[in-house]
Design a protein around this ligand. Structure first.
Ligand code: GLU
Length: 425
């Protein structure tokens, strides 16, 4: 289809090592004992399965798939399932650990997990993706469960895949179990507001951070890297709150308009154009997708992949505020460069926690057999996001650390305290 590659991964920093280096710093500030440190640095469980699938042409292809449970001391483990050709065990391990910290930061009763299938859904038919999703669910039937481990959408998956997972798990159980996955379509027990939830949390985090920085959102320019579910909803909501979104990008390139892009139009265009901004005319196309990262804007929202802000480009970033819609967009080696430049970063485990927060609401509603209104969902998730932001902010002041390290401190402290009470080794 003539896609150009997504923003280049310029630095091969291992995402698990990136996670660990922040974990070590936060553990040092907390004076975490060595035993707890050793428990938390290793995932509880790592499952690798090979899934043979009949392709539409009759051939059989074997797909490698993963589910990593990082920790479940706070409750059943929670985290999305990613369908992407770059999925690998180290990435899934890092993403699973980030889910533990993310759930702890927003104070919801979940541990952390992540899953992934190494596949390219863009080159597969809907039938092939369905067979793969069902095979994955059956292979992991013993791992999943509404009180054990609860998957959700992530990159390359959405409501459609969650419906198949819920159906396959229910078939295997001999009854309908809708609380086993979140991010389902509404008729299957999906929550109002779940689709926009991550983007909405990014908007709330961005506005709260702008308030602290005393920047008026009405005088504020924004660039959003990635125009999938998270990026497009964050851009829509940020534009709605008065900021000027001047740049957006996706797998087809980066688009810039100094007068502000009509985000509603861009989103409509995307939805009618097989999910991409290819040939979008509401803005001028930049020479390279990486240029978006270096624009002279107030707020930069990386909302796509890991490792897009690295030691190679961090020095050229001009934004005053970075709000991490993606998981792990900034490599650990870029942290110091960014901090020295005085750029404030609202870290992933806080900024994009709106998604799992509304996943939690979905699970609560499924267990109650009751549906909340969109208003109630939004009000409660906004409150959780703001409370978590304040706690992380106050922690950063108390320990004199970045918001990222403060978020790790808040999360690790909560998990460590739970271990101290529960013990049992
Ligand atoms: N995949 C999303 C994340 O990284 C959502 C996880 C969930 O809702 O469980 O936060």
């Amino acid at each position: 289809m003539g896609y150009i590659e997504p923003a280049p991964i310029m630095d091969k920093e291992n995402p698990f090592e990136s996670m660990m280096s922040r974990f070590k710093i936060a553990a040092g500030h907390l004076g975490l004992n060595e035993d707890t440190y050793n428990v938390l640095k290793s995932p509880d469980k790592q499952v690798i399965v090979n899934l043979p699938i009949t392709m539409d042409d009759g051939s059989i292809r074997v797909f490698e798939a993963y589910r990593v449970i990082h920790n479940n001391i706070l409750g059943p483990s929670k985290g999305g399932v990613r369908f992407d050709p770059n999925v690998n065990l180290d990435e899934v391990k890092a993403l699973a650990a980030w889910m533990t910290w993310k759930c702890a930061v927003v104070d919801i009763p979940y541990g952390g997990a992540k899953g992934g299938i190494c596949c390219n859904p863009r080159q597969m038919s809907s039938g092939e993706i369905e067979r793969l999703t069902r095979a994955y669910t059956t292979a992991l039937y013993d791992v999943f469960g509404p009180d054990k481990d609860i998957p959700a959408p992530d990159m390359g998956t959405g409501q459609r895949e969650m419906a198949w997972m819920m159906d396959q798990y229910s078939r295997n159980s001999g009854m309908t179990v809708n609380g086993v996955v979140t991010g389902k379509p509404s008729v299957l027990g999906g929550s109002e507001g779940r689709t926009e939830a991550t983007g909405r949390g990014v908007m709330v985090s961005a506005l709260t951070a702008l308030e602290k920085l005393k920047i008026n959102p009405y005088n504020c320019t924004v660039a959003v890297q990635g125009f999938g579910n998270v990026g497009s909803n964050a851009a829509l909501l940020l534009a709605d709150r008065g900021t000027k979104v001047v740049a957006i990008s996706d797998i087809t390139g980066a688009y810039y308009n100094s007068n502000g892009i009509d985000i509603e139009k861009a989103n409509e265009y995307r939805l009618n154009n097989r999910g991409t901004l290819d040939n979008f005319t509401g803005a001028e196309k930049l020479d390279s997708a990486d240029e978006l990262m270096m624009l002279d804007v107030d707020v930069l929202v990386p909302a796509a992949l890991e490792n897009v802000i690295t030691k190679h480009n961090a020095d050229r970033i001009k934004a005053k505020l970075i709000v991490e819609g993606a998981n792990g967009p900034t490599s650990a080696k870029a942290d110091d460069i960014i901090a020295k430049k005085g750029i404030v970063v609202v870290p992933d485990i806080l900024a994009n926690a709106g998604g799992v927060t509304v996943s939690y609401f979905e699970w609560v509603q499924n267990r109650l057999g009751y549906k909340w209104t969109r208003d109630r969902v939004n009000r409660r998730s906004d409150r959780i996001m703001r409370t978590a932001f304040e706690q992380v902010y106050n922690t950063s002041v108390k320990y004199d650390v970045t918001l990222r390290i403060a978020a790790y401190i808040v999360a690790i402290d909560k998990v460590a305290k739970t271990y101290a009470y529960r013990g049992g080794f």
